[in-house]
Design a protein around this ligand. Structure first.
Ligand SMILES: NC(=O)c1ccc[n+]([C@@H]2O[C@H](COP(=O)([O-])OP(=O)(O)OC[C@H]3O[C@@H](n4cnc5c(N)ncnc54)[C@H](OP(=O)(O)O)[C@@H]3O)[C@@H](O)[C@H]2O)c1
Length: 260
């Protein structure tokens, strides 16, 4: 039986690129997101180009029902997941007091709870087989506080901390966990986050999603626990160690300021 990779947020951006990378290596796929049409189109492409089977599950993973839809589907179809990619996530550019609390609740449910619950659920089979891969998409945002995107940055700090801890708990087993920490990447993430005229984006060089996904995939295969693509991002995540925290907060505040 072929290995199966489950990719959340596979309808666009990094998730779509992860799906292609696993397909290239001969994995069958379970593709998950809310946009059924985009998932079906990708499944068709993967079948045509790489000759792999891709099952699609349209589900809102920020809800308990969406999570149950996914886990019930894989269980009832007898699909054993070898590689789990917890990639679905979104951000929101607004000061906390002005943000829509329902949107922030949904963000926490998706970026944190779905990632944790799916890791727990699929780890069961992986432990039984003493084999598996878990790729959690964190962010450079996980390394510092994010005034202007406070909840998003905190959610990625969770993903980074959780993934590192899980990797250590599983060290010596056949299961490997990687936290991929991208910097700004050219996907629809920034439109969804309503970034508008964010000062950071005017200075930032946007990485290509295919390059970031390839780095994450390679890191997963090599057993790297924390994967930060690009020299600029590596410098950025290490800088807070040498700069007072108050200064870090102020710099990020300026980077995340909307300039009208
Ligand atoms: N782009 C960046 O600069 C950047 C930097 C660092 C980290 N990241 C992280 O990278 C990951 C992927 O984002 P991306 O940049 O590829 O953005 P993207 O193109 O907006 O992709 C997000 C994916 O998540 C899915 N999704 C969103 N809400 C969902 C929900 N409630 N239930 C199920 N699926 C949902 C979307 O599909 P549907 O809309 O069809 O549901 C889409 O497939 C995220 O975790 C993000 O935080 C991005």
């Amino acid at each position: 039986m072929k290995d199966i990779a489950l990719v959340t947020g596979a309808s666009s951006g990094l998730g779509l690129e992860f799906a292609k990378l696993f397909a290239q290596d001969g994995y069958d796929l379970v593709l998950v997101a809310r946009s059924a049409d985009k998932l079906d189109a990708l499944a068709h492409e993967l079948d045509q180009v790489y000759d792999v089977t891709a099952w699609t599950v349209a589900a809102d993973l920020s809800t308990p029902e969406g999570l149950a839809t996914l886990t019930s589907f894989t269980r009832s179809s007898g699909l054993v997941i070898s590689a789990l990619v917890n990639n679905a996530g979104f951000g929101d550019c607004a000061d906390f007091a002005q943000a829509d609390i329902a949107k922030l609740d949904q963000m926490v449910e998706l970026n944190i709870r779905a990632l944790m619950d799916l890791s727990y659920y699929y780890l069961g089979d992986m432990l039984e087989r003493n084999s598996g891969l878990i790729l959690n998409v964190a962010s450079v945002a996980g390394f510092e506080p994010g005034p202007g995107m406070a909840t998003y940055f905190a959610s990625k700090a969770f993903v980074l901390s959780f993934s590192e801890a899980l990797a250590e708990e599983l060290r010596g087993t056949g299961i490997h966990v990687t936290a991929l920490c991208p910097g700004t990447t050219a996907t629809k993430f920034w439109n969804v986050a309503e970034a508008g005229t964010l000062s950071m984006l005017r200075q930032a060089v946007m990485a290509k999603p295919e390059d970031v996904a390839a780095y994450g995939y390679e890191s997963l295969k090599r057993g790297r626990v924390v994967a930060v693509p690009g020299i600029g991002n590596k410098l950025m995540v290490n800088a807070p160690r040498f700069v007072p925290r108050a200064l870090v907060r102020r710099i990020v505040r300026e980077l995340l300021r909307k300039n009208g």
